[in-house]
Design a protein around this ligand. Structure first.
Ligand code: HDD
Length: 685
């Protein structure tokens, strides 16, 4: 029984599970009453003197800090990087020297356009930012789940972001690119066409943060102890395999569970199913750079893995959820300028601009220059310098010396060290000051076409459908047609499908390319999601939709087949209290049917008893559950009593090879079938 406290004469309050420690003010003074303000008499005014109430409300009023201007919605987790292949011949970075050594890290995933409270499965690029706490300083690899970017020069970034964010007059749409402003900007910025193919692909609606790749995007340098430099691209390859959802599913997930991605990450780590990514590098030299069809400084281009193979040098394991979201995920401050000895920048104009933006934005967001003192941002190696003071300074130099050089000998503090200190790679630079874009950046269509021809037919259909959806949200025909004029330079099939979807009969003239495409590039399998899926159902989630009287042996066999294989099983039932199985056992539910629609799961099994089939057939959430699973090409196992439900949603006559009737012996076969994740053949009919 909870203890209802009425002894203060004020409003009753309940104390459950009272702890031993005394509540205090921020100054450490014990508090006697946390329920009632100080008033003059029992019904009199609140006194200004109430320092306890004022302090509490003051702290509350100041709880929010500005959300990130982009990537506001994010989810961070702790983990470590283990080096599996030392590369001293390429880089003297301390983190790359000793095989088997683990470096702690913090990774934050995010969407770009939406505000902090926006839904997780918006169509958007995902941020993939990793802070490595190396023994020679923090290295931040601030990447995305898409290897290319919309614009080539940082000066265009504010326009790009303004165009995608809610329009300034009406403050909508939130977390969406499907509107005039975005497509107006993109269609007037041909360099963005390639990345727009990626964001119209299923890459932009990942099933889980665990099932997507990460890319450093820019070309960086690796520099070894002798000062020799190689170019490098960094890539993260998920050991879980790639997987995305389909658009109709994404729309429904956002309603059913706006926290779908963060919940999935939290649950995986909480249950000990730690996601892992291999860190890959593509290394190349000036000869390759000179011979490559595109400029390696152009962030709207990638280097196909077939041209420069990916070498795996280590593995990231994410194994620890944050203890406090604000302290860690919100206050973490990534800066592209945070590199370490052995890694260096290139002249990529997007990267150079970013190096200004991140430091600047953190100073604003976190209130001053001392954000490196916040534990999540503080290096885990010695930090010694003469920087001091400022808001919230927590690490000021001790003693009288706060300058350098000085003649105070051992008391003089830290000294510079050319032997181990950071030195910039001395690549020669010469040229007139000018505002210009190199001719070598001007082919905007070749890699977009390469991306298109590298996709499976299913993926191509999704891309064309996504452009059609987004452009159909543009009120102005000129914007729709202008975008179509670019797609005509990418591929006739794409332009034709989008034109058909939009109902365009008179095709516009194709856009005039800034430069004729340099080459007809071959397909690259690495660019497809479906060609790089997992080979098992591990890490995925099955919904086991049960009715009262469901066969207990069958339920048991499905549950153990899937959980033994590293998958999760959620029980969905008409009531949250659960169902009574055929053997009389009560099986509690994880979700009531209308709280657990099939869009939240990777595959579904319907295990009903004879006498409830008709009853479930008229249950609307049950109907949606089945018809969505069918429409989203999911594998559906069923027992005979599900037939009335199939009939009610019009699929009784369409049972296909992705819909096995299931018996106790069939659980393993169903599990095996589910490792293909979706039965795409269904959507072709
Ligand atoms: Fe950015 C945040 C990734 C271009 C300016 N960016 C931010 C985050 C990621 C990226 C993952 C979130 C970090 C976190 O979780 O806290 N940004 C990219 C990538 C880009 C890119 C991969 C292109 C290759 N960004 C870019 C440009 C600019 C910025 C060109 C400015 C000129 N980005 C910012 C920022 C943000 C940011 C305003 C907002 C919040 C923050 O930095 O910490 O500085």
């Amino acid at each position: 029984m909870e203890d209802v406290n009425l002894d203060k004469g004020g409003a009753p309050h309940q104390q459950t599970d009272a702890g031993e420690e005394t509540l205090t003010t921020a100054q450490g003074a014990p508090i006697s009453d946390n329920q009632n303000s100080l008033t003059a008499g029992p019904r009199g005014p609140v006194l200004l003197e109430d320092h306890i109430m004022r302090e509490k409300i003051f702290a509350f009023d100041h709880e929010r800090i500005p959300e990130r201007v982009v990537h506001a919605r994010g989810y961070g987790v702790h983990g470590h990087f283990e080096l599996t292949k030392a590369i001293p011949e390429l880089s003297c970075a301390d983190i790359f020297q000793r095989e088997g050594e683990k470096t702690p890290l913090f990774t934050r995933f995010s969407t770009v356009a939406g505000s902090k409270g926006s839904p997780d499965v918006a169509r958007d690029v995902r941020g993939f930012a990793v802070k490595f706490y190396t023994q020679e300083g923090n290295w931040d690899l601030v990447g995305n789940n898409i290897p290319v970017f919309f614009v080539q020069d940082a000066i265009k970034f504010p326009d790009l972001i303004h165009s995608v964010k809610p329009a300034p007059d009406r403050a909508f749409p939130q977390a969406q690119s499907a509107h005039d402003n975005f497509w107006d900007f993109i269609s007037l910025t041909p360099e963005a066409v390639h990345t727009s193919l990626w964001t119209m692909s299923d890459r932009a609606i990942p099933r889980s943060l665990r099932f997507m790749e990460g890319f450093g995007v820019h070309t960086f340098r690796l520099v070894n102890a002798e000062g020799t430099s190689h170019y490098v691209k960094f890539l993260w390859k998920p050991r879980q395999g790639l997987q995305s959802v389909v658009w109709n599913e994404a729309l429904k997930i956002n309603g059913a569970d706006p926290d779908f991605h963060r919940r999935d990450m939290w649950a995986a780590i909480d249950s000990g199913d730690y996601p892992q990514w291999d860190l890959g590098i593509q290394v190349f030299d000036d000869d390759f750079a000179d011979a490559f069809e595109f400029d390696i400084l152009d962030a709207t281009k990638l280097i196909p893995e077939e041209q420069v193979p990916v070498q795996i040098i280590g593995t990231m394991t994410l194994d620890n959820n944050v203890e406090n979201f604000f302290a860690e995920t919100e206050q973490v401050a990534f800066c592209t300028q945070n590199i370490v000895r052995g890694i260096d920048f290139t002249n990529d104009p997007l990267l150079q601009g970013r190096n200004f933006s991140y430091l600047d934005t953190q100073t604003k967001r976190l209130g001053g220059p001392n954000f490196t003192h916040i534990p999540i941002n503080a290096p885990k190696c010695p930090v010694r310098h003469f920087q001091q003071d400022g808001h919230m300074a927590m690490q000021n130099p001790k003693g009288r010396v706060n300058y350098e050089p000085n003649s105070w000998g051992e008391d003089g503090g830290p000294r510079e060290n050319p032997e181990i200190g950071f030195t910039s790679h001395p690549n020669p630079v010469q040229g007139n000051k000018q505002r210009t874009r190199s001719e070598t950046f001007a082919d905007h269509y070749s890699q977009a076409r390469q991306f298109w021809i590298s996709q499976t037919k299913t993926e191509q259909n999704h891309i064309a459908a996504a452009y059609t959806f987004e452009l159909s949200k543009c009120e102005h025909e000129r914007i729709r047609l202008r975008m179509l004029s670019h797609l005509m330079n990418v591929h006739d099939d794409l332009a034709g499908a989008v034109a058909k979807g939009l109902g365009v009969e008179d095709m516009p003239d194709a856009a005039t390319p800034a430069r004729e495409p340099v080459t007809d590039l071959p397909a690259s399998d690495a660019l497809s999601i479906l060609k790089n899926g997992p080979d098992s159902f591990a890490g995925r989630k099955l919904a086991l939709f049960l009715s009262d009287g469901a066969d207990a042996d069958l339920v048991q066999s499905i549950e153990s087949a899937f959980t033994d294989a590293g998958a999760t099983v959620a029980i969905v039932a008409p009531h949250i209290a659960g169902v009574e199985l055929s053997n009389g056992d009560i099986k509690p539910a994880d979700e009531k049917i209308d709280g657990g629609p099939s869009v939240l799961f990777d595959a579904v099994a319907l295990v009903f008893s004879e006498d409830v089939g008709e009853e479930l057939a008229i249950n609307k959430p049950a109907q949606d559950f089945v018809s969505d699973a069918y429409a989203h090409a999911k594998f559906i196992a069923w027992t005979e009593a599900a037939q009335p439900l199939f009939e009610a949603v019009g699929i009784a006559g369409k049972i296909d090879n992705g819909m096995p009737e299931i018996s106790t012996e069939g659980a393993d076969a169903f599990l095996h079938m589910c490792s293909a994740l979706r039965f795409w053949a269904r959507l072709k009919s």
